[in-house]
Write a protein that binds this ligand. Structure first.
Ligand code: PMP
Length: 359
């Protein structure tokens, strides 16, 4: 059909370019912060066994009760305080469908996870971008002023923050929470990388606080392919999100996969420890190279080569079959690249490619 005859998409979509991370065929993929290792073999076996019990001709449990009960026990909250969806991205989408929308504003502090403002625009929520300081820290007083000025329905914080890796101090979180509570608005803590650091806002979740914490199976649980994430929030928030999802949005297989995974918590913690010690090793090695890096509490490190542009370094790494995330065209991140912590062998490949490229 000639493009002049095509129906026009919504105005706010026409202005958007979508969200892309290239999926190139390389030997070492360190670009999307996935786990470099699969979940435990025991989980895969248990999942195979459980599959035979699925009633494939029936819709799945619409409320995902067993999954939510298991997540609630794992996070030490009540099942009514758990909402699950297809990845934490869908959790965020539901949150903005329910609490954002036309005439309302979502506040982010840039640079941060691009999907926060992207999903805001998709849901016709106004996206207001606050700025972090030069070192990418967030000043508490400035953040409070932004909240008071823009009166956001939803304020986003990401800790550890993607793509900087930085962890938000607990007193900053509490100060923002007090600010949004006075509006009233909601504070969304995105803890997709929460287990890589010791801080969590989950313990602050209470029925009388407008705080919601999003977590995912995609990183520490090694289950990016499953597309499963969840929210810990007051039950009145969860009840509203239920209205914003499509019926039966979580398939039966995924509900079982997520529930069974939680029995392998110590395996998950072992993987996290391995990645944290590899992250420390990579940071030490990067210190010896001509790059600036930011201290990370996640499974990735943001860095900027002292010379050359980021794209050129990224291309030379790809030539050596190492794929990292090219952030160099992102606002405020000129020249920056982000590397996911992989297996020791993958990290060695990255480090030796970096030494060659920057020599
Ligand atoms: N939040 C952050 C900060 C992320 O980095 C990601 C994945 N890149 C997500 C949420 C979404 O994760 P998923 O949808 O796989 O749960």
């Amino acid at each position: 059909m000639p493009s002049s005859n095509r129906p026009a998409v919504r105005d706010n979509l026409a202005m958007m370019s979508g969200y892309h991370s290239p999926q190139l065929d390389v030997a070492v993929r360190l670009n999307t912060n996935e786990s470099p290792v699969p979940p435990p073999a025991g989980w895969a076996e248990a999942l195979r066994d459980a599959m035979s019990g699925i009633d494939w001709h029936r819709y799945p449990d619409r409320e995902a009760r067993e999954l939510r009960a298991a997540v609630a026990a794992h996070e030490k909250v009540r099942p009514e305080q758990v909402f699950a969806a297809n990845g934490s991205n869908e959790v965020l989408q539901c949150l903005l469908l329910a609490f954002g929308g036309p005439g309302r504003v979502a506040l982010t502090f840039e640079p941060t996870y691009a999907l926060h403002s992207h999903i805001a625009r998709l849901t016709s929520t106004g996206a207001v971008a606050g700025e972090r300081d030069e070192g990418f820290a967030l000043d508490a007083e400035y953040a409070r002023q932004m909240i008071m000025e823009h009166r956001p329905a939803v304020t986003f914080l990401c800790s550890p923050n993607n793509p900087t890796g930085m962890v938000e101090p607990p007193d900053l979180v509490e100060s923002l929470l007090a600010g949004v509570a006075s509006l009233p608005g909601l504070l969304l803590m995105d803890e997709a990388y929460g287990q890589f650091d010791n801080h969590t806002a989950v313990r602050l979740v209470a029925e009388d606080r407008p705080l919601a914490v999003a977590r995912t199976y995609s990183k520490t649980w090694s289950m990016a392919a499953a597309r499963l994430g969840y929210l810990i929030a007051p039950s009145w928030v969860v009840a509203e999100l239920e209205k914003a999802t499509l019926p039966y949005h979580l398939d039966a297989f995924k509900q079982i996969a997520g529930r069974l995974a939680l029995a392998y918590q110590s395996d998950m913690e072992d993987r996290v420890s391995m990645l944290v010690s590899e992250r420390k090793r990579m940071a030490t090695m990067l210190d010896a190279l001509p790059v600036h890096q930011w201290e990370s509490g996640a499974n990735f490190i943001l860095f900027r080569p002292h010379s050359g542009d980021g794209l050129e370094v990224w291309e030379k790494l790809v030539e050596r079959s190492v794929l990292v995330r090219n952030c160099s065209s992102w606002p405020r991140l000129a020249g920056c690249l982000r590397v996911t912590v992989g297996t020791p062998t993958e990290n060695d490949a990255f480090l030796s490619a970096m030494s060659e490229v920057l020599a």
